[in-house]
Design a protein. Structure first.
Length: 315
């Protein structure tokens, strides 16, 4: 508990919640706020120096930064992923860290199926062919340029089985897919209802990644994992960049070791203009700019949960 008449709070990257989200529920809390749209790494310490509560969506709070923040009592992450905060260093300094859980299930599952359907049905690529006149030039009433694949009866492999994976499972079953849930790679025992990681690689027609980025999941998918997958398999990463090795993904897609991929998250966001995954983007890769969470409905829930996280900890 902090004496509430003295609380200084900083929101380091309020701009990341979008221009259309009304932040007044947070502004109304009895906290002496400083809201910044974005914060560069070199501005972080100075901006947080007198704060007892700091809110960050994607600004990095590493051990070095935290070591300068002696007043800090609470970090509220305006997201589910906590990989931008050094949790061990925070714990050692007695700083409580809270994230927002369970706000984005519908939204993320919708994006997963949007890209899965694009990779299997190619509606926007066919739409493009119509716009460029290929349909008008055709002798047949329909085109066959992109092979259409039915999802019913196919197997969806889930990596991580928390809130988001369960929402994806729900939609997968509605499409008539079988769902296999991967046990953590290297686990000695396989929990009921789970399958060994390597078995999921071999069996899945589509893999959807929903685990956090940690030391244990960094580079979980490299050349070796892609080689174990079916050549017809698809992989979708809406979790975090870094879980898939991006250079290995480019190779696997170019060599058609797997059939396609979609990533909503990459290792460096936003990317530089010469980011390898983008400049060398294979035609069987879809990249979206970290939008899976970004429906207004999900962001509205996120804000409510963020306010409730702060209130529960401080008041
Ligand atoms: N693209 C986007 O817009 C969004 C991305 N995310 C990302 O999705 C991740 C998952 O979110 P939720 O499902 O809500 O989290 P969650 O905490 O409910 O589920 C994560 C699951 O991953 C499992 N896990 C942890 N380490 C693992 C490992 N080594 N191997 C396999 N599974 C492991 C956990 O046991 C848990 O079941 C977040 O950590 C975040 O990075 C979250 C929201 C939006
Ligand atoms: O909630 C998350 O983890 C996201 O990636 C969206 O910011």
């Amino acid at each position: 508990m902090v004496q509430n008449n003295m609380i200084n709070g900083v929101f380091l990257d309020a701009g990341t919640l979008g221009p259309d989200l009304d932040l007044s529920p947070m502004r109304k809390l009895p906290i002496n706020w400083q809201f910044h749209d974005f914060t560069a790494p070199e501005q972080t310490v100075e901006r947080c120096q007198s704060a007892q509560v700091v809110i960050t969506n994607k600004v990095v709070l590493d051990a070095h930064t935290l070591s300068h923040l002696n007043n800090l009592k609470l970090i509220c992450i305006a997201a589910t992923g906590m990989n931008n905060v050094d949790l061990k260093a925070a714990e050692q300094q007695g700083i409580e860290v809270k994230n927002v859980v369970g706000y984005a299930g519908s939204s993320v599952a919708q994006l997963v199926f949007n890209v899965l359907l694009e990779l299997t049905t190619h509606a926007s690529q066919y739409n493009q062919l119509v716009s460029t006149g290929k349909w008008s030039e055709s002798q047949s009433f329909c085109l066959f340029d992109y092979p259409m694949i039915e999802l019913t009866g196919k197997t969806m492999g889930l990596i991580g089985y928390g809130n988001l994976a369960k929402s994806v499972e729900h939609l997968a079953k509605a499409f008539g897919m079988q769902v296999v849930i991967a046990e953590q790679k290297g686990a000695g025992t396989i929990r009921p209802g789970r399958a060994p990681f390597e078995q999921v690689l071999k069996e899945a027609d589509a893999i959807s990644i929903h685990c956090p980025l940690t030391d244990g999941t960094r580079d979980l998918f490299t050349a070796s994992e892609f080689k174990q997958m079916k050549s017809s398999a698809l992989i979708i990463n809406t979790a975090r960049g870094g879980i898939i090795n991006e250079l290995d993904l480019i190779d696997a897609l170019n060599r058609r070791e797997i059939a396609g991929a979609a990533v909503d998250v990459i290792t460096t966001e936003p990317p530089d203009r010469d980011y390898p995954l983008i400049v060398n983007k294979p035609d069987n890769l879809i990249i979206t700019p970290h939008i899976a969470w970004a429906t207004l409905e999900a962001r509205t829930r996120l804000l409510q949960l963020l306010v409730s996280n702060i209130t529960q900890s401080l008041f």
